[in-house]
Design a protein around this ligand. Structure first.
Ligand code: SF4
Length: 616
């Protein structure tokens, strides 16, 4: 590959300290692009087939064992100045310790672009080290280094120390904090201090490999296949992004927290572990309130033309912090509205601690909220809490629960398992608001049926970004559709899931899709990397990636039985607010979805795989 990519894939085995390199395979890139898609191809063809040939069932892969493989990936769009939001990267692993499915998480900041400038499109990590190590990658030179002095340190200290050790250009650090070291099942990999590959527990996988950090630095810029064509395209896309009311208005002004009031007004902002969907006090933790109180400046990811990132300061009080980033909408919701905490300073503090210790804010907040409902309903005995008062609305308990979880201290050891295992342990599995073991984010599908179908069928579990139907259902982009009808939602979910698979393989920021679609992505791939795609090619590639992921999941034992929702959403009508009385009519939407997908029992058929050109 001459353009778009830096054309090198790195594979490091931490068990035997071998370091290998290979070029991008043009045929694989044509079918899977890069990022998530390329990693899935490698997972299946290089690792799973080999394991199966040796008689090891994919079901028996231990997510925290050396047989798991972790991948840091970029694609042809990452790190290209002039693409609207090119600073993201995608982290994948064969298996998530939280869900047992494929691990998948996306992050912003600088790391993705700088990893490419350091000379690699992708990094695969095999095996496990005996003692803590970190990887230093500078302009194509790779070293495995001792990290004994870094083990035990938080994310901020680790990042600053490693940055001070590398004197080159464009230095960035991705690392784990104590949560990852302690194998908390929903630990993050943090990069650039406050940016998180924050779902499915990829930080615990890194911890199990005793890999504390990866530091990258370099100046190797990829070529552009058609520089003139790309310049024109870039001008057009950036102009459109700036004119769009979401990417040029709400997101830059208020950050993702602009959604707090919008989703609450729609009656679907989950409150107190999803018992309610409307909170009359929600504005206390909204993006608008954040802007008026603690916001000090904005901080976009590398090269981004949207710039939704926030920098905040809580100048006084019990939750004082002189510098922090975020909190994002999902974090504000999970650590605030879902736990009933309406003190924005406390939410900022809890979010900051999650970043410092390396925890997924969505799963952390949701697990605390589940514990609160379990406690208030009498499932958790007082003595188990060891002095923590887990009542809804207790801000101090939320902040304390975060650090206890990272260090597995007292009741924190149970919180560290996530809401599914916690609720099962106390005999009330229905109180975990998760799908396939992954906690759902901040949109109650009783007010937006398409997102319910997406939660149920998203490959990584309760995930909104796999198929963000909130865009048409609530925001009216690219067109407004009725959020309360289940009719026609299967088609929307499928298209969004397929397009997102492409964006996560590009790798680019999903927020661009508020304005730019499959045709624009085809133009980006063609001008940057010299492909010859049409918009339907792009959607077909997305469908191929989604189906390969689903096929791999079937090898782990996933099927239609796992495409479900917590019973609260399908059986308990919303008790009050704008969508009072609504439930999610999942079965009806699911049948239509499987038909569109060509799946039987939730799994792609052999014919479907063949039709999509997926070779097994
Ligand atoms: S839109 Fe926000 S999250 Fe996306 S790349 Fe830009 S700053 Fe980062």
């Amino acid at each position: 590959m001459k353009a778009g990519y830096v054309n090198r894939i790195l594979t490091v085995n931490l068990s035997d300290n071998t370091i290998k390199e290979e070029p991008i395979d043009p045929q694989v890139a044509e079918k899977y692009i890069g990022g998530k898609g390329y990693a899935l191809y490698v997972f299946y063809h290089r690792y799973l087939k080999e394991y199966m040939a040796k008689g090891i069932s994919p079901k028996d892969i231990d997510p925290l064992g050396p047989e798991n493989v972790l991948a840091f990936t970029t694609g042809p769009i990452t790190g290209i100045a002039g693409v609207p939001s090119p600073g993201r990267h995608h982290v994948m692993a064969l298996k998530s310790p939280l869900t047992g499915s494929i691990a998948s998480a996306n992050s912003g900041g600088e790391f993705g672009a700088y990893m490419k400038f350091a000379g690699y499109d992708m990094i695969f990590i095999e095996g496990a080290a005996e003692k803590p190590v970190y990887l230093e990658i500078v302009n194509g030179h790779v070293e495995i280094k001792d990290a004994s002095d870094l083990w035990g340190r938080n994310v901020f200290d680790t990042t600053r120390i490693l940055k001070s050790r590398v004197k080159g250009e464009n230095v960035s650090v991705a690392c784990i904090g104590p949560a990852g070291e302690n194998l908390v099942l929903f630990a993050n990999i943090m990069n650039d201090e406050h940016r998180a590959a924050g779902r499915t527990g990829v930080g615990a996988i890194m911890g199990s490999k005793k890999l504390k950090a990866i530091v990258v630095s370099g100046n190797q810029k990829p070529q552009i296949a058609n520089p003139e064509g790309f310049r024109e395209l870039s001008k057009n896309l950036i102009e459109r992004i700036r004119k769009n009311p979401v990417t040029g208005g709400g997101l830059p002004k208020y950050g993702t927290a602009v959604l707090v009031n919008i989703i609450n007004q729609a009656g679907m902002l989950p409150y107190k572990n999803w018992q309610f969907g409307y909170n009359p006090e929600a504005d206390k933790i909204s993006g608008e309130t954040l802007e008026k109180t603690y916001l000090i400046k904005r901080r976009p990811c590398w090269g981004c033309q949207i710039g939704c990132g926030r920098v905040v300061k809580v100048p006084f009080g019990p939750y004082q912090i002189m510098y922090s980033e975020g909190p994002e909408y999902e974090s504000i919701w999970a650590l605030g509205n879902d736990t009933g905490v309406m003190d924005l300073a406390a939410v900022i503090k809890a979010n900051h601690l999650c970043d410092e210790l390396g925890l997924d804010t969505i799963t952390m907040g949701s697990t605390i909220a589940t514990a609160m409902e379990l406690y208030e309903k009498g499932y958790i005995p007082e003595e188990d809490l060891q002095g923590m008062d887990m009542k809804f609305g207790n801000a101090a308990a939320v902040v304390e629960a975060v650090w206890r979880t990272a260090y597995k201290a007292g009741f924190g050891a149970k919180l560290a398992l996530g809401s599914k295992r916690l609720a099962e342990m106390y005999g009330a599995p229905e109180l975990s608001m998760s799908v396939k073991g992954l906690e759902m984010p901040a949109y109650d599908p009783r007010g937006s049926k398409g997102i319910g179908l997406n939660y149920a069928t998203a490959n990584r579990g309760g995930c909104h970004v796999t198929g963000y139907t909130i865009s048409p259902e609530i925001l009216g982009l690219p067109q407004k559709i009725d959020p309360l009808t289940p009719e026609g939602k299967a088609q929307w979910v499928k298209i969004f899931q397929d397009l997102t698979s492409v964006v996560n393989s590009a790798v680019n920021c999903l927020f661009t899709t508020f304005e730019i679609g499959a045709k624009d992505y085809a133009d980006l791939f063609n001008t940057i990397a010299g492909f010859n795609f049409t918009d339907s090619d792009v959607l077909k590639i997305g469908e191929r990636i989604y189906n390969l992921e689903r096929y791999i999941m079937s090898l782990y034992g996933f099927s239609a039985k796992d495409d479900t929702l917590p019973p609260r959403l399908t059986k308990e009508p919303m008790p009050e607010g704008p969508v009072k009385g609504q439930v999610v009519e999942l079965d009806k939407m699911l049948a239509e979805y499987y038909k569109l997908r060509g799946w039987v029992d939730g799994v792609p058929t052999k014919e479907k795989l063949k039709e999509l050109g997926i070779e097994l």
